[in-house]
Design a protein around this ligand. Sequence first.
Ligand code: ADP
Length: 547
Amino acid sequence: MLRSAVERYQYLPSVLALDTEVRGLLNAVGDPHRVAAVNARFEAIARASSVAAIYLLDRDGLTRSASNWNQALSFIGISYAYRPYFTEAVATGASRYFGVGNTTNRPGLFIGKAVPAPEGGIAGVVVVKVDLEGLQREWRQADEHVLVSDASGVVFLASEPSWKYRPLRPLAPSDTARILAARQYGDSDLRPLLAGDADGGTIKLAQGASAVSGIVERTVMPDLGWTLLYVAETDATLRYALLAALAAGISCLALALALAAAQERRQRLRSERAMRLTLERRVAERTADLSAANTRLRGEIAERERATAALRATQDELIHAGRLAALGQISMAINHEINQPLAALRTFLSSSSVFLERGDTATVRRNLKRMTEVTQRIGEIIRHLKVFARKTGPEHWEPVRLGVAAAAALDLLAARIRAESVQVSCAIPPDAMVRAEPVRLEQVILNLMVNALDAMRNTPERRLNLTAAREEASSWQLRVSDSGSGIPEEHMPHVFDPFFTTKAAGEGLGLGLSLSSLIVRDFGGSLAAGNGTHGAIFTLVLPAAEA
Ligand code: ADP
């Protein structure tokens, strides 16, 4: 701004110095017409270019013409021979000088241009005075602290009026004398302006209310010989700096947070990846372990299945052996059961031949009928024995009538029951049907009956009772009770143990009840022993067939 304000008018004195009217006036300084013409000309140009004044000095420094010719403080007739802008222009052809006008007392930039004389030398000097007050106003309004000092270090332009026309530092005596002589800065006492040191980039200007301290920025304008000082107030600067630092701090913090977040995210991803890898490795290990365990288990299951099948086969064999053993035990009775009809058959045969010789055909026919019945009975017993002796398994399970099974067992023991005069009562409802394997069920009932008969061998009254009742909707209960000796309390926990017997050697193996219990459990039922008022009671519970 300063430079453009200065240079804007640089051309004006040079142009005017070439003007023929101006030159003509200097040749005829006493010609009032010429003076008036140049005055009018200067006035018009000054107004149009808004410079403070344009005036012409003759070679002695006397003002011959001026744009303010018609004003009270006109320059006309005043000598400026002592003013540096004149002397310098005379000496060098051109000048530039800032000073306070002696006539107007208003500061300005004086730009001088020598008007050459036709015969050589200088005919005069055209001076343009530029008012820089406006510039200072602008600085003030913008709240800027600006000072411009001349080559001697005297401030001549400033945003704060009280700073003006005072040197920053104490002047050399010669400089003081020169400035005062030229009245360059009017009546200024040239008191130094600086309260503190302007070195180190800071400045302190103590001037009452307009005191300022701050950071100074110097710009040297060598062509003008001026130095421009721009002062940034420390407080404001500090405020700005603080704000800037705060903003920078916040930015840094945000950046740091972002970096930390990114770092944390990276770390989290890394640790997640590590965890995933560990997990995958563990899963792989566990999978391998599990596969191995699985294979082992499969092996064990197969082994177990083999063992179960073997056990099952062994049990089947045992049950079958038990049945054959029971058959062996009752073989005498069965023998009797078959021999008796055979003997009867023989009797019928011999008597029939006698009756036939006698011609008693009616008796023979009756005998034949009874012989047929006897053989049917023998056939029945043999078929029953065959069925009872055969091997059976779960594949033969079917709904069985409890009454039929009990009757079949009683049938095998019929001879013994008769021989031992045992009273048998069998109260089994015809609808008592259980799901079982018929031959094995018969084996169980037969065992219970044989034990009962054995227990009653030495008792005077022998009664064998079979009763059946529904235990609950899904099962039937068969009770086999006798009037025998009963089971002593101390034997109670052991009667189902294999090889537990109280019978004489050759009479019992101690397997009947343990096998029976095994069979019943296999059917999904139970077998329990107890004592009644006379003798033992065995309770057999089996799942109902319809259930
Ligand atoms: P065994 O008849 O070969 O002795 P069991 O297992 O059938 O084998 O019977 C075991 C034992 O239980 C018998 O020796 C007997 O002491 C006792 N026992 C079984 N049934 C009865 C019963 N009805 N009355 C008294 N004791 C019995």
